[in-house]
Design a protein around this ligand. Structure first.
Ligand SMILES: Nc1nc2c(c(=O)[nH]1)N[C@H]1C(S)=C(S)[C@@H](COP(=O)(O)OP(=O)(O)OC[C@H]3O[C@@H](n4cnc5c(=O)[nH]c(N)nc54)[C@H](O)[C@@H]3O)O[C@H]1N2
Ligand SMILES: Nc1nc2c(c(=O)[nH]1)N[C@H]1C(S)=C(S)[C@@H](COP(=O)(O)OP(=O)(O)OC[C@H]3O[C@@H](n4cnc5c(=O)[nH]c(N)nc54)[C@H](O)[C@@H]3O)O[C@H]1N2
Ligand SMILES: [Mo]
Length: 766
């Protein structure tokens, strides 16, 4: 399915015919196109399964076809007829598999039986489930302390799996829960928790139809949340504004063609998705929003009562005066230089904001993966509070989540710094001394493994080796473990960068029918709008040896803890029993089993959305931060060599995080290659290179470690001066482990200072 390497700017709209062509290819590649077509029609429908793609929500009404190009890719990728078991692993040693690309590894198909690493032959060999559970339990029991084990979660795990997992881990005795959220929306949770008392978005799907303006910061929905393009387009059609902040001109944010709208497809017509497009520097959004606030303040002073929602501010907020003082103190030179926007552009953005009665602000990784992400998100919250844009219809904050159940996993207690209320509830219900000390997040877990303090790594899904920063160090960290266990659907590099002992445990995915003692089971998930609904697998599993995630966790827990604090094996006979435990312990889940029988699921509620503020003072808080003095951190500024460019690492159109569906990035015009660097033509010339030339990228930090990736092709691309982009995970070796967000510990994947060198002869990526 891979095309020849080619770079040719794309001129069509987002979605549309290009999307249909691409979906068809992925259908055929799954080797069971008809079955999958029937399954796809069940995506996000009542009685069907939740799309394993992103966490965008849907209108609760059923009937519409509710999948998109990239959802279809996710389904076809999971529901493939290709499977790998003992014959495959007999053919390849682990050393040989390491030579293969990430794309090749996953493309081999679904993992079909449990495997144990055999050092003598450097191969994975079959093992029985019971022996695997026994090995895990014995190794965990043999540790000096439960804090020597790390329990990772990726955001596809269902609520039922996540709840059992956290219960098992806490009953074992630790809060070491590194998870994908640490690398993703952690800053949103931290920032909003402090600002408005709840770390989630305050809007629902229905709000989009009532907004006068929708601001989209640092997000590429055309690729990563394609179903969001529709409400954006509808907003424009009814005369509302869509205002984008993105250094790159992302196609989906500019033009959109509806793939399920026959007339538009036949006429090849397309509609604009945005009404204004601002292109800040990487990391410049806080300064841009600060500048907007400066204008609002000026206009309010000129004409009191014309801009601020004083009644809301008085009734619901604290801290305005301090924040306004910080706004007044920020100077224009710094704002313009840091944001990369001219004062006139910021004024225009401020006018668009002030002119709208109801505003929704969305954001994603372009905001959360910076050093000052928490401060930036709090600045966005400040701007929204100023005009009462939280807790009224058609307005609110909307961090658009990534993985389909990453928000639900947090709700279920996958949290290394759990709130006391959660721990109290667990202790009350399950009657064991719940560990209180904070556990490790992703960066801390890597450091603990590197230092030999953590010796066991268990991954509930995901691809820890590739998703994390500083790849060579993370690989070394995993390889130092006594035992690594991966609960996975497909082969990836995390299985190859394994501990001294290692297990691969093959699990069912969202599309698979999950049959337990009491019949087929549904699981539940929570979307970005706090809607919880059931998901029923539709396709018979490829192998009888695969087990569901809850069944695997129950198996480990039973071997480790016996029947304490619950009878694990009894619970998984019928997942309604797990949901009863959730209903007993977590707020909002009363009558859980009954609630999920409602079409479209049920709304968990959001206190801030109802203008109840669970903050310390009981009010929403304006939080005042100074703008960062420098965007470049001291660890870079102290280096003798100055950076050539700032690099952001992002997703192509043909990938789902570390899963590569193909090597194309249609909207950016890239085909058949991924080791590319998008740079402005003038920058390429300034640095003395030619477009198309191969270069090595070197990142700067002050710890004496050389971080380099090799043989990247320079592509002249429309990006602001000094701002470059390249794909994740190929560039993860460049992200220093110590470069993370203040208060969030999220690796700064959107801001890496780099230098370019002519390519070294060795073209292999380190
Ligand atoms: N098909 C598909 N869907 C996905 C995923 C996938 O990989 N593939 N991943 C899922 C996951 S886990 C997540 S978290 C989401 C990710 O969804 P996104 O956040 O959309 O993902 P990225 O590709 O990282 O895109 C970041 C966007 O922010 C812009 N940007 C980067 N830095 C800045 C900045 O400093 N300021 C501003 N204003 N913009 C900036 C980039 O140009 C880019 O458009 O998508 C989810 N959905
Ligand atoms: N440089 C850089 N790094 C980043 C990012 C970035 O933008 N730039 N983004 C970060 C973000 S936002 C995120 S969320 C993380 C993602 O980090 P992860 O969630 O760890 O990574 P994924 O690539 O989503 O994991 C893919 C693997 O999950 C397994 N899998 C798929 N479906 C299932 C399932 O249903 N159950 C189980 N048990 N396993 C399954 C498959 O084996 C597959 O190989 O990466 C982060 N890393
Ligand atoms: Mo994510």
């Amino acid at each position: 399915m891979n095309s020849q390497p080619r770079y040719q700017p794309y001129t069509g709209p987002a979605a549309g015919w290009g999307a249909l062509r691409s979906v068809t290819q992925h259908w055929l590649d799954s080797k069971q196109p008809l079955k999958n077509l029937r399954a796809l029609l069940k995506t996000n429908q009542n009685g069907g399964f939740d799309c394993p793609g992103c966490a965008w929500g849907d209108s609760p009404e059923s009937g519409h076809i509710k999948f998109c190009e990239n959802g279809a890719k996710a389904v076809n990728w999971e529901a493939t007829k290709r499977g790998i078991g003992r014959e495959f692993f007999a053919r390849y040693s682990v050393a040989q598999l390491r030579e293969q690309s990430d794309y090749w590894l996953e493309h081999q198909g679904r993992l079909t039986e449990p495997l144990r690493y055999d050092a003598a032959s450097d191969r994975y060999l079959p093992i029985s489930w019971d022996a695997a559970f026994g090995l895990i339990a014995d190794t965990l029991k043999g540790l000096d302390s439960p804090h020597q084990a790390e329990f990772y979660t990726s955001g596809r795990a269902s609520n039922e799996a996540a709840f059992l997992y956290q219960l098992m881990v806490r009953a074992y005795g630790t809060n070491n829960f590194p998870d994908c959220s640490n690398m993703c929306h952690e800053a949103s949770g931290v920032a909003l928790g402090e600002s408005i008392g709840v770390g989630k978005g305050t809007v629902t799907f229905a709000d989009f139809a009532h907004a006068d303006a929708i601001f989209v910061f640092g997000q590429n929905p055309g690729t990563n949340h394609p179903r969001m393009l529709e409400p954006l387009r509808e907003a424009i059609e009814r005369g509302a504004l869509v205002v984008c902040f993105n250094p790159l001109k992302e196609r989906g944010l500019e033009r959109f063609q509806h793939p399920q709208h026959p007339l538009e497809m036949l006429s090849n017509g397309d509609r604009p998705t945005s009404s204004a497009y601002f292109r800040p520097h990487l990391g410049g959004d806080m300064a841009a929003v600060r500048g907007m606030a400066k204008f609002l303040l000026q206009w309010e002073r000129e004409q009191p009562g014309s801009v601020f929602d004083q009644a809301f501010i008085d009734a619901h907020t604290d801290g305005l005066a301090d924040w306004l003082a910080a706004v007044a103190a920020s100077d224009w030179a710094q704002i313009e230089q840091q944001s990369g926007l001219a004062r006139g552009e910021i004024e225009q953005a401020a006018r668009l904001y002030a002119g709208a009665e109801r505003v929704i602000t969305c954001w994603a990784m372009g905001i959360t993966q910076h050093r000052h992400s928490v401060a930036t998100i709090q600045e966005i919250a400040n701007l929204m509070l100023l005009r009462g844009n939280i807790g009224k219809p058609g307005a609110g904050l909307c961090p658009v989540r990534g993985h389909s159940n990453v928000q639900g996993d947090r709700t279920m207690g996958i949290n290394e710094r759990p709130p006391a209320a959660l721990l109290d509830a667990l202790q009350r219900r399950f009657q064991f001394p719940v560990p209180r000390a904070a556990g490790h997040n992703t960066v801390e877990a890597i450091n603990a493994m590197l230092a030999g303090q953590a010796k066991v790594f268990i991954g509930l899904g995901g691809n820890f080796a590739q998703a994390t920063p500083d790849s060579p160090r993370t690989h070394a960290a995993l390889q130092q473990c006594e035992l690594s266990v991966q609960i996975s659907t497909k082969l990836n590099r995390s299985h190859l960068m394994h501990g001294k002992q290692a297990l691969i445990l093959p699990c069912l995915g969202r599309t698979d029918i999950d049959r337990q003692a009491h019949g087929p089971q549904a699981v539940t998930v929570e979307d970005s709008f706090s809607m919880v609904h059931a998901s029923w697998g539709q396709l018979p599993p490829l192998s009888a040896q695969m087990r569901s995630e809850p069944a695997i966790i129950a198996g480990i827990a039973h071997a480790l803890l016996g029947r304490q604090p619950v009878d694990w094996l009894w619970l998984i006979e019928d997942y309604a029993r797990i949901r009863e435990l959730i209903a007993d312990t977590l707020p909002g889940f009363a009558n859980f089993n009954q609630q999920i029988t409602q079409p479209g699921g049920f709304y968990l509620g959001n206190a801030a959305g109802a203008r109840r503020w669970n903050t310390e003072g009981g009010k929403a808080r304006f939080i005042a931060h100074a703008l960062p003095e420098h965007l470049l951190p001291a660890e870079v500024r102290s280096q003798e060599q100055k950076p050539h460019l700032v690099l952001q690492t992002l997703r192509s159109h043909d990938q789902y995080n570390t899963t590569l569906y193909g090597l194309d990035d249609r909207y950016r015009g890239v085909h058949g290659m991924r080791e590319v660097l998008f740079v402005n033509a003038a920058d390429i010339q300034r640095l003395g290179f030619e477009p198309g030339q191969k270069v090595d990228l070197l990142s700067l930090w002050d710890d004496g470690i050389e971080r380099r990736v090799k043989g990247f092709t320079l592509l002249a691309y429309d990006t602001p001066a000094g701002q470059a982009a390249a794909y994740y995970p190929e560039t993860n070796p460049l992200v220093p482990l110590d470069s993370f967000g203040v208060g969030s510990h999220t690796p700064t994947s959107k801001f890496i200072a780099i230098r370019l060198l002519p390519a070294s002869p060795d073209q292999r990526i380190h």
